[in-house]
Write a protein that binds this ligand. Structure first.
Ligand code: FES
Length: 122
């Protein structure tokens, strides 16, 4: 289980939901299931409209994860992943703070998810 807290100007207040880690549901899927509207268009990692900022709330180090090539490319071309963050992702599997909700698989981590409600704007 993981606590996922969504925070956005479009929400009356922050919303925390429990997500089942390991069921392969994306963060976008968790948001939809809980009637939280994160902008999304392609739902396939290509448009960048579902941009979010993720903060790990646990004291332990973040879990390593392998980002898809699509997500790395979309974040890079939209200026949301620096070369150093790309290197850290590819070398150490350490995720950057900006992610795509349609590509983010929820894991056993408590996270804060911030988004603006505007497509592609964090
Ligand atoms: Fe297009 Fe996520 S909805 S990248």
């Amino acid at each position: 289980m993981a606590n996922v807290t969504f925070s956005a100007p479009t929400l009356e207040k922050d919303v925390t939901v429990y997500a089942v880690a390991g069921d392969n549901k994306t963060l976008l899927g968790v948001a939809k299931q809980n009637n939280i509207a994160i902008p999304c268009q392609c739902q396939d990692g290509e448009c960048g409209s579902c941009l979010i900022k993720v903060t790990i709330l646990d004291d332990r180090a973040p879990h390593g994860i392998h980002l898809t090539d699509k997500e790395k490319l979309t974040l890079s071309v939209n200026g949301k992943m620096t070369k150093a963050q790309l290197d850290n992702t590819e070398t150490n599997d350490m995720p950057p703070p900006y992610r795509l909700a349609c590509q983010y698989i929820v894991r056993d981590e408590n996270i804060l998810v911030e988004f603006s409600g505007e497509p592609g704007v964090e």
